[in-house]
Write a protein that binds this ligand. Structure first.
Ligand code: NAD
Length: 257
């Protein structure tokens, strides 16, 4: 197949939370744009169907299990990328989320630590681990997944620890962007609004969905495709002059909150 017009040919991308809805769609887009892919999730077996699908189209894709809250797992993951592809040029941090809404006073210390670790520490560890490779190559794209919940408390029903961690992702990304701009590396946050993935479908009641849609000028919730398209743009050369930004991809919901 010709590489003409493909935007990520020769780029090696690490996508975390690879079994999740937004990550899977991002992997498909990246594959279509010619990237090599290292996918990771807690249990890499969950990535087997996606790997088969990607390889069937001729994409070079590998998967590895990692608990990204552990530095040793993150370092082993990046070392695997070095072995397989010789380096990593693009990092997309999709691992994250929360399981249930809780009022602030019902969040205990363990919940707090778990959610901050999953949504913020994982981003810190992954960014730190990929930077030597990106610096060597003189080119890099870091795309961290924030959230509308980190942009406004009135946007939905997300719990305080999750929203705080996601706000932290935006600020951490700015600090990284500032430090590595001279190395040809950009770092940005993409903050999605409610996006219909399998996980979200399970927790979203029809009433909640109708409420969210009513507050969204574009008149519908996001699809993983909506988000993956913007991630792909951020991963490409076309985004060269964007760094330290948080891109709000929420159908206009933030401006009404
Ligand atoms: N879907 C939405 O409505 C929405 C909205 C705003 C922001 N986001 C953010 O976008 C990202 C992707 O969202 P999604 O809905 O596609 O996610 P998802 O829940 O479908 O997938 C997240 C993945 O992360 C993995 N994971 C969990 N803990 C991990 C760990 N310790 N180490 C490694 N992997 C781990 C899970 O196994 C899962 O496959 C998340 O960071 C989420 O917070 C999602």
């Amino acid at each position: 197949m010709s590489n003409e017009g493909k935007r990520l040919v020769g780029r090696r991308a690490l996508i975390t939370g690879g079994a999740g809805g937004i990550a899977q769609e991002t992997a498909r887009r990246f594959a279509r744009e010619g990237a090599d892919l290292l996918l990771t999730d807690l249990n890499a077996d969950a990535l087997t169907p996606l790997l088969q699908e990607l390889r069937a189209t001729g994409t070079s894709a590998v998967a590895r299990s990692a608990d990204l809250t552990k530095r040793s797992d993150v370092e082993a993951l990046v070392a695997h990328g070095e072995e397989q592809f010789g380096g990593i040029d693009i990092l997309v941090t999709c691992a994250g989320g929360y399981t249930a809404y809780a009022n602030f006073e019902d969040i205990d210390e363990d919940d707090w630590d778990n959610i901050i670790d999953l949504n913020l520490k994982t981003v810190f560890l992954c960014c730190k681990a990929v930077l030597p490779s990106m610096k060597r190559g003189g080119w890099g794209r870091i795309i961290n997944l924030g959230s509308l919940a980190g942009r406004s408390t009135s946007a939905g029903t997300s719990p305080a620890h999750y929203g705080t961690a996601k706000a932290g992702v935006s600020m951490l990304t700015q600090y990284i962007a500032k430090d590595v701009a001279a190395d040809g590396i950009t770092a940005n946050t993409l903050a999605p609004g409610t996006t219909i993935t399998d996980r979200v479908r399970k927790v979203l009641t029809p009433e909640k969905e109708a409420q969210f849609v009513a507050r969204t000028p574009i008149g519908r919730l996001a699809t993983p495709q909506d988000i993956a398209g913007v991630i792909t743009f951020l991963a490409s050369d076309e985004s060269v002059y964007i760094t330290g930004a948080t891109l709000d991809v929420n159908g206009g919901r933030l401006m009404l909150t």
